[in-house]
Write a protein that binds this ligand. Structure first.
Ligand code: CDP
Ligand code: MG
Length: 696
C-alpha cells in the first residue's frame, strides 16, 4: 500500500486510510470550495481569458516586431484567442492567411473546431486545419489555419518562403518537438527574405530567453536593419499573467511498484473522499490508458463507485470520444480523464480539480551507435511535473497526487526534458532539409544541435537507400521522389521500388495500414480471442501480407462495420486507412508510378519491402531456443513481438518495420525474407564498403 504526503516539517495528518486504497498525507487543511464555473456567452468566455487583457499589447508587438514571444500558462487563451485577435486586426485581409502550428495532431483538430465554434463559422471554411493526410481547409475561404509543425515544413517544399502566410504562430514551442526545432531554424532564414512576415512563438514555460537570443539578429545585421523602416528585428517578449489557483502537491511515501494500479486506486480514493471535481490522470500511452479505463469501469460497475464517467484521451481517438472529453460534466457526476501527456499543455480541460501524475510519459529515444529508435516509457522532467500539477488549478484550488516520492522529485528528476531533435533518428529531417536546398546540414542554424553521430547515421542510411549521392546531394529522381512522399523514407523507397516489381497497389495498401496506430481492437481480457481472429487473416510470410488479407476482407465485406466488429478490427482505423491509401495513390501517380497489382505474387511485395527496409534485417540466432534474433547491421538482440503473426514461428531471416522496447527489444510488423534480396537491394550496405557521405 502506498502512502502519500505533502512536503512539510512534521509527519503529516492522515487523510485517507481506506483498505485497498493508497494513503495520502497533507500538511495543510483540506480545501473545500465549490466550483465558481458557470455558463456564459461565447464572447463573455473569451473576455474572461487572461490573454484578453493583453489584446492591444499583443497586436502592437506583432505590428512593430518581426518576432514576438508570448509566454503564458496553459489555458490562458494563447492558442484559441491570438489567431482571432490577428484576424480581427486585419492580418488575414488581401488573401493572406494566419497560421498556427501545434506539435500534435489531436490538438490541431480540437483547437480548430473550438475556434470555428467561437467565431460561429463552419470548420473548414474561414477556420480550417491540416494534418498529415487530412486537409480541412478551403483555398478561397480559409483565413485562420491550424496545422501541425510537420505539415508546415512540408508546405515549404512547394512554397519555400511560405508566402501565403502573413503571421505564423509557432505554438507549444516549449515542447521542442523535432519539427518545431527545424521549423524555427527555417523561419529565421525566411524572415530575412520576407521582412513583412511576422512570427509569434508561444510557450507555456520560460524557454523564452533561449528562443529570443536565437532570433536576435547579429550586431552587424542589426546595424543594417535600422536603416530601413521595417519592424524591429529584436524579438519582443510578453508574459501573460495567468490566474491559476493554488495546487496542493502530494507525494507517495514509498515508490509504487505499479503506477497503473496505483493510479487506479488513487482515483478511487479521491472519488470516495474528496469533494466533487473532475480528475485528470497522466499515464503514458494507449495501452496503459485502455487498461486503466477498463479497471476503473469495472470498479464503477461494482456499485460503490457510481457517478464516475471514465474517458480515455490519446491521439488517434475517434472524434466522438474526443468530444466527450471536452463536454461539460453532468451535475452530480465526476469525470475521470485518463490521458497521455497531450493534456499537459496542448489541451485544456475545464473542471479538473485533481491530477494524478504517474511520473512517466512515452518518449522517443534514438541511439546512433545501434541505430535503434524506440518509443519508451521514461520518467518526465520537473518542468513537465509542474505543468501536470498546474492542470488541477484551473477552476479552483486543486490537488495533485504524484505517484513518486518527494526525494525522487527533488534529487533525481531532471530539470528539463531533452529536445526531441537530440533523441531522434534524423533520416526524415535530413531528407527534408536537403529537399529545401539546405546542403550544409551540420552548419545549419540549430536551436539545439543534434549529435554528429546521429547526423552521420542519417546520411549513411539515405546514401544506402540511394536517396543521397556520394556528395550528399539528393539523387534524381529517387531522392526527390522519396522526399515528396509524406512517409518515412524507408517506406517511401518501398513504394518507389514497387514500381519496378509491379506491385504498387499492394505496397500502397500496406503503407496506408502501417500508418495507422493499430488496426486491431485490443482490450484486456480479450487477447486470446484477438489472437484467434488474427489467425483467420494470418499469412505465413508475415504481418505485411496479413494486412493485405485484412484489407481484402474489408473490401469484400463492402466496408462493413459489422464485419470489423466481428473480426476485432478497428473500423475507424480501416476507414482512415482507405483515405490515406487514396492520397498515396494520387501522390504515386503524380510521381509517375504505375498503379499495378501483382495479383497474388507475394514474393515481389516482399522484395519491394526488402528494397526499402534492408537496414532492418535480422537473422535468427542459430540454436536459439527463445527466438532471439540479431540485427544484421549492429548485432543487437531483438525478438518478434507477441502481436506479430510470426511470433513463435521465427523464420530464419526477417525484416521489421519498427522496434518497441519493453523488457526487450521487440520487432513489430515483421516479414520473412530471403537474405539474397538484401545484397540485391543494397550491395554497399551489406559489404561494409560504403564511403561515409560527408556533409558539406
Ligand atoms: O493555448 P492556451 O493553453 O493558452 O489556451 P487555449 O487552448 O486557447 O484555451 C483557452 C480556453 O478555451 C480554455 O478555457 C479552454 O477550456 C477553452 N477550449 C475549449 O473549451 N475547447 C477546446 N477544444 C479548446 C479550448
Ligand atoms: Mg495552447
Amino acid at each position: 500500500m502506498s502512502q502519500f504526503w505533502k512536503p512539510g516539517t512534521e509527519r503529516p495528518r492522515l487523510i485517507d486510510d481506506e483498505e485497498g486504497g493508497v494513503l495520502f498525507y497533507s500538511t495543510s487543511p483540506l480545501s473545500s470550495s465549490s466550483s465558481g464555473y458557470g455558463f456564459a456567452s461565447v464572447e463573455k468566455q473569451r473576455q474572461r481569458l487572461p490573454v484578453y487583457k493583453y489584446r492591444t499589447a499583443i497586436l502592437y508587438l506583432v505590428e512593430t516586431h518581426a518576432t514576438a514571444i508570448i509566454v503564458g500558462e496553459t489555458g490562458s487563451g494563447k492558442t484559441t484567442q491570438i489567431p482571432q485577435f490577428l484576424k480581427e486586426a486585419g492580418w488575414a485581409e488581401g488573401g493572406r492567411i494566419i497560421a498556427c502550428t501545434q506539435p500534435r495532431r489531436l490538438a490541431v483538430q480540437s483547437v480548430a473546431s473550438r475556434v470555428a465554434e467561437e467565431m460561429g463559422v463552419k470548420l473548414g471554411e474561414e477556420v480550417g486545419y491540416t494534418i498529415r493526410f487530412e486537409d480541412v481547409t478551403n483555398t478561397d475561404l480559409t483565413k485562420i489555419k491550424f496545422l501541425t509543425d510537420g505539415v508546415l515544413l512540408r508546405e515549404m517544399m512547394d512554397d519555400p518562403l511560405l508566402s501565403k502566410y502573413s503571421v505564423i504562430m509557432v505554438d507549444e514551442a516549449h515542447e521542442r518537438s523535432l519539427s518545431t526545432d527545424i521549423l524555427l531554424g527555417l523561419l529565421k532564414k525566411i524572415q530575412r527574405r520576407r521582412p513583412e512576415l511576422r512570427l509569434i512563438i508561444s510557450s507555456a514555460t520560460i524557454e523564452a530567453k533561449k528562443i529570443s537570443s536565437f532570433f536576435s539578429p547579429s550586431k552587424r545585421r542589426q546595424a543594417l536593419l535600422t536603416e530601413d523602416h521595417g519592424p524591429n528585428a529584436e524579438p519582443a517578449i510578453l508574459s501573460v499573467e495567468g490566474r491559476g489557483f493554488n495546487v496542493e502537491i502530494f507525494y507517495v511515501e514509498d515508490p509504487v511498484p505499479d503506477y497503473l494500479q496505483a493510479a487506479v486506486s488513487t482515483v478511487l480514493s479521491i472519488h470516495d473522499q474528496e469533494a466533487m471535481g473532475d480528475i485528470l490522470v497522466f499515464l503514458t500511452g494507449q495501452d496503459d490508458i485502455d487498461a486503466a479505463v477498463q479497471l476503473l469501469s469495472e470498479e464503477s460497475r461494482n456499485g460503490q463507485n457510481q457517478g464516475l464517467i471514465i474517458l480515455p484521451l490519446y491521439s488517434g481517438l475517434p472524434r466522438a470520444e474526443q468530444d466527450l472529453v471536452f463536454s461539460p460534466t453532468p451535475r452530480g457526476k465526476r469525470k475521470v480523464v485518463v490521458s497521455t501527456n497531450i493534456a499537459e499543455t496542448s489541451l485544456t480541460l475545464e473542471g479538473i480539480v485533481y491530477v494524478v501524475d504517474s511520473g512517466f510519459s512515452k518518449q522517443r529515444f534514438y541511439n546512433p551507435i545501434t541505430d535503434i529508435e524506440s518509443l519508451i516509457v521514461a520518467p518526465i522532467s520537473k518542468a513537465s511535473a509542474r505543468q501536470r500539477a498546474g492542470r488541477a488549478g484551473r477552476v479552483r484550488p486543486g490537488k495533485c497526487y504524484r505517484l513518486y516520492t518527494e526525494e525522487y522529485f527533488l534529487k533525481e528528476m531532471s530539470a528539463e526534458g531533452i529536445p526531441e531533435i537530440q533523441r531522434s533518428n534524423l533520416v526524415s529531417s535530413v531528407i527534408q532539409l536537403k529537399a529545401l536546398g539546405i546542403d550544409n546540414i551540420l552548419g545549419f542554424d540549430w536551436l539545439a544541435s543534434p549529435s554528429s553521430e546521429a547526423m552521420i547515421r542519417a546520411l549513411e542510411v539515405l546514401y544506402s537507400l540511394g536517396v543521397l549521392d556520394s556528395d550528399a546531394k539528393l539523387t534524381s529522381p529517387d531522392g526527390f521522389q522519396v522526399a515528396e512522399i509524406p512517409l518515412d523514407p524507408m517506406i517511401s523507397k518501398t513504394i518507389l521500388a514497387s514500381n519496378q516489381y509491379g506491385c504498387s497497389e499492394e505496397v500502397i495498401t500496406i503503407a496506408a495500414l502501417l500508418s495507422m496506430q493499430s488496426i486491431w481492437i485490443s482490450a484486456r481480457g480479450t487477447e486470446k480471442e484477438l489472437d484467434e481472429v488474427k489467425l483467420r487473416f494470418a499469412a505465413a510470410e508475415g504481418d505485411h501480407v496479413t494486412f493485405l488479407n485484412v484489407y481484402k476482407g474489408f473490401i469484400q465485406s463492402n466496408k462493413s462495420s459489422k464485419w470489423c466488429h466481428k473480426n476485432f478490427i478497428n473500423y475507424n482505423a480501416m476507414k482512415k486507412a482507405l483515405e490515406v491509401r487514396e492520397q498515396l495513390r494520387r501522390i504515386a501517380q503524380r510521381l509517375g508510378i504505375v498503379l499495378k497489382s501483382c495479383e497474388g505474387d507475394i514474393q515481389v511485395v516482399r522484395k519491394a519491402i526488402a528494397a526499402g527496409f534492408f537496414a532492418n534485417a535480422c537473422r535468427l540466432e542459430p540454436y536459439s531456443y527463445n527466438g532471439m534474433y540479431k540485427t544484421v547491421r549492429t548485432s543487437q538482440e531483438v525478438y518478434v513481438h507477441p502481436s506479430s503473426v510470426l511470433f513463435r514461428v521465427n523464420p530464419k531471416w526477417v525484416i521489421y518495420n519498427s522496434l518497441v522496447s519493453t523488457d526487450r527489444q521487440y520487432m513489430r510488423n515483421v516479414i520473412s525474407i530471403d537474405p539474397s534480396w538484401l545484397r540485391e537491394a543494397a550491395p554497399h550496405f551489406y559489404q561494409h564498403q560504403q564511403p561515409n557521405p560527408i556533409a558539406h
